[in-house]
Design a protein around this ligand. Sequence first.
Ligand code: GLU
Length: 378
Amino acid sequence: MCGIVGYLGTHDSLPLLMEGLKRLEYRGYDSAGVAIPVQGQMRIHKAAGKISNFERRIDGVRLPATEGIAHTRWATHGEPNDVNAHPHTDCTGKLALVHNGIIENHASLKRKLIEEGHAFRTETDTEVLAHLIEKYLTGHGLEVAVSMALQLVEGTYGIAVAHADHPGMLVGARHGSPLVIGVGSGEYFLASDVAAILGHTRHVVYLNDGEMAVLTRDGYHTSTIDRQRVEKEVEEVEWDLDMIEKGGFAHYMLKEIYEQPDSVRNAMRGRLQATEGLARLGGLNLSSEQLRDVKRIVLTACGTSWHAGLIGEYLIEEHARIPVEVEYASEFRYRNPILDEGTLVLVISQSGETADTLAAMREAKRKGARALGIVNAV
Ligand code: GLU
């Protein structure tokens, strides 16, 4: 999920990056941001919520630059808020980095970096990358510093890095999260998905896991993360945007059916800690004592969310051994449901806007039950 766009060329970069982000909107995200180097300073703008909200925030902002990086985030570590939105910076504020994926060993890296004097500003796993690259920049160029930093990282990443003291250069790398280089005429792109750049070029170089790329105004080169050069072919994308958004399927419904395993994996990504046998349920807002007091669960929703609730009933009863009922929100709100403090009402909605479901949530709260919402959209 979520996306990366980088641009280095001859056009005004801010509108180009914004256009790229919009092309990635269909993948889902919870916040957006850009970093653009202008005269030795890294200018960063970011905001939680929809790209339209972000656009309103930067209305009137003009950044005279023809390069930059941008991101749409799907939070795994740290709330989806303005501060945790990407790009992230190092202590100097000159390095900017966007990241898709999860840095599994972020906690130990962060501890060490803090001991070494780095100051962290966000709750994300991503920020360690910015500080780690900063550390290796002492005495090395950007490409070498990125390579040294990535060799210490465990987890998955697609990244793009820019630095105000190294204008005219973008560094990208991937491991377990896609990244492509777009080759235009006199301009280069980085993207997590060709859809972001297809309006500008059909010529792309797909990076493999464990590879990195350095883009400059004169060209680009690719290597492994430990800096063995690799020559890669430029491929021509034959799909059009519509086909890409549908992922090669005849229609969206089929695509969504085939995407189910990935969707389940993405939903659990960063939340299940297999090695410790634990789950991190950020945003639940219930203490373990409160959770232990739950005697009964009511799932309420409409349509597809209601069907998801039926699966939830089986899973929760099987694993938590707590009785679950699933009820149509449109019924729930009009009958007189039995709710008490021992009842937890889980309200499910894809859009977060389903009127009956919202009314059911209000009803549950009014009756003194604990109510929690599960929503696809922020
Ligand atoms: N793990 C990172 C975060 O939570 C990146 C999430 C993403 O892939 O957008 O900020």
